[in-house]
Ligand binder design. Structure first.
Ligand SMILES: [Zn+2]
Length: 325
């Protein structure tokens, strides 16, 4: 599952390439998209936006192309005539403008939403506040989390109806920074702690909206900021020493990891060589030729695995009341 910041960056870069431009051609192998999509030719692209993990391209006539990339999808931008980096048969939607061709590959969700239908869309209308928007409503997000009192905090943070945008990486990183046992139910956490969780997640994600590889360790948690060290505090580091206390980081899928921890299991933390090749996630400076830039989901090490330090986040830890020393 991609993180909201990936989508935010993809939307920003797509916007620079095709925002405000006229659609010269629109193609899709999906009949439900291709048929209404034919009417898009000649329309202006008004806005490209990320909503949580959804990407929306709004057109002048009020319709919107909705894509959700999940683990497999990606958006690429090419110059007209340039060779694509994936086979054309993998394209789910193609938008041509005078200067660029935007191609959505392999996305499991591709649909054209008619004018006026967005407000009633079955999933988009139920999204919680988007953690990366300027008008993000943290109080509403906290209230939505509160409604999930019996859900483990590590699961609740992924529920896009509570707050939209957090994926597996920021879930693990945020709970580490806040010193919270990922496996306590939301109902055990105070309002102050939930407020801090939301603020930390928003901070971590906001720091990764521009340029360079995603990195959370530049956030000065625990008074330790190894700018040249690992990119993450705990995510993807099962078996490696905690950057704060040295205890081996654990990875776990289970609801009660304190009984059934799976430290450094090959499934939870495969060696790099075993990972499928993944495209670059290079953000484009505006002046650079955006040819063949690729926006792909982060290709998480494993879905829904929670990474945590059993010493910094012991069973029942409900979060430090202040920044840990
Ligand atoms: Zn630790």
């Amino acid at each position: 599952m991609p993180e909201g910041d990936t989508l935010f960056r993809a939307a920003a870069t797509l916007s620079r390439a095709i925002g405000g431009k006229l659609v010269r051609a629109f193609r899709s192998p999906l009949p439900a998209v291709a048929s209404p999509g034919a009417r898009l030719e000649g329309q202006r692209i008004e806005l490209v936006e990320a909503r949580g993990k959804n990407l929306l391209i709004h057109f002048e006539d009020g319709s919107a192309l909705h894509t959700h990339l999940r683990m497999t999808g990606s958006w690429h931008i090419y110059r007209p005539g340039e060779r694509w980096q994936k086979p054309p048969r993998a394209a789910r939607a193609v938008i041509e403008t005078d200067d660029f061709v935007a191609v959505c590959f392999n996305a499991p969700v591709v649909e054209l939403i008619a004018k006026g239908a967005l407000a009633h869309h079955p999933s988009l209308s139920r999204l919680g506040p988007d953690i990366l928007t300027a008008d993000f409503d943290a109080d509403l997000a906290r209230a939505r989390l509160r409604e999930r009192a019996g859900v483990l905090i590590s699961e609740a943070l992924l529920m896009q109806g509570a707050l939209a945008g957090i994926g597996n990486i920021y879930k693990s990183e945020t709970l580490f920074v806040c010193r919270i046992d990922p496996f306590v139910p939301v109902g055990q956490l105070s309002d102050a702690t939930l407020t801090r969780v939301i603020a930390v997640a928003r901070d971590l994600m906001s720091q990764n909206l521009t340029g360079g590889a995603r990195m959370t360790t530049r956030f000065g948690a625990a008074g330790f900021s190894p700018l040249r060290g690992p990119r993450y505090w705990v995510y993807g580091r099962a078996g490696d020493p905690c950057l704060h206390c040295g205890t081996p980081v654990r990875a776990n899928r289970a609801a009660n990891p304190h009984r059934t921890a799976l430290p450094a299991s090959p499934a939870a933390n495969p060696p790099r060589a075993a990972l499928p090749p993944r495209p670059h996630r290079t953000a484009l400076p505006p002046e650079q030729t955006p040819a063949a830039s690729i926006f792909a989901p982060s290709g998480g090490v494993a879905t829904r695995v929670t990474y945590f330090c059993p010493t910094c986040q012991p069973p029942g830890a409900l979060g430090a009341t202040s920044e840990p020393a």
